[in-house]
Write a protein that binds this ligand. Sequence first.
Ligand SMILES: Nc1ncnc2c1ncn2[C@@H]1O[C@H](COP(=O)(O)OP(=O)(O)OP(=O)(O)O)[C@@H](O)[C@H]1O
Length: 206
Amino acid sequence: MVISLEDIGRRFNREWVFRHIDYQFQTGQSYAVLGPNGSGKSTFLQVIAASLIPSAGHIRYMAAEKKIEPDSLYQHLSLAAPYMELIEEFTLIEQIRFHFALRNYLTGFDEEAFLELLGLRHAKDRQIRHFSSGMKQRVKLALACCSDAPLVLLDEPTSNLDKQGVDWYLNLVTETRATRLVIVCSNQEKEYGFCEQVINIIDYKL
Ligand SMILES: Nc1ncnc2c1ncn2[C@@H]1O[C@H](COP(=O)(O)OP(=O)(O)OP(=O)(O)O)[C@@H](O)[C@H]1O
């Protein structure tokens, strides 16, 4: 997959969050989008995900040499973000089965391998609403990384994770990021150290 940004910007009312970004994202590379709180990382990720329209410029998506329209980009991406909710009424196994009824597993995964990797087998019949925030974060990350999508977007991936959870996340990404395009929004080195490319959103303020 290739994502090309041509002079894109996004503003809310009169205030530009970022402007004049020319950039190209390519499969096989991982990218970190950095910046302090409120600098615009999540806004940028939502523009990449085509859930927010850029206020200026153009964004183009290509996969397997075919153009993808922004309206159908959702079929090619998976996302884990603080503003993305799990279905609290479902048990874990219901959540997993619901998700993978709509998306395919990444090659090499099935329900058994997914449960093994998630490490929450003991809680598979517990409702998500009774999960701790760290357990929910693990579920979100595993669903995003183990879905068969060429584009993986991770916003603040280690929020609510303890040291063991951070190590688990780093293993998950290492196991699943080959041959995909991964974009991580972060302000913590521990969660993006594996990224080959870095974008500082504060470089695009004016
Ligand atoms: N829907 C919206 N309407 C108006 N302003 C918004 C909206 N969404 C975000 N903003 C503003 O855009 C700016 C960037 O916010 P954003 O959430 O993208 O930052 P961030 O870098 O992801 O922050 P954090 O690290 O705290 O998550 C902030 O000033 C925020 O108030």
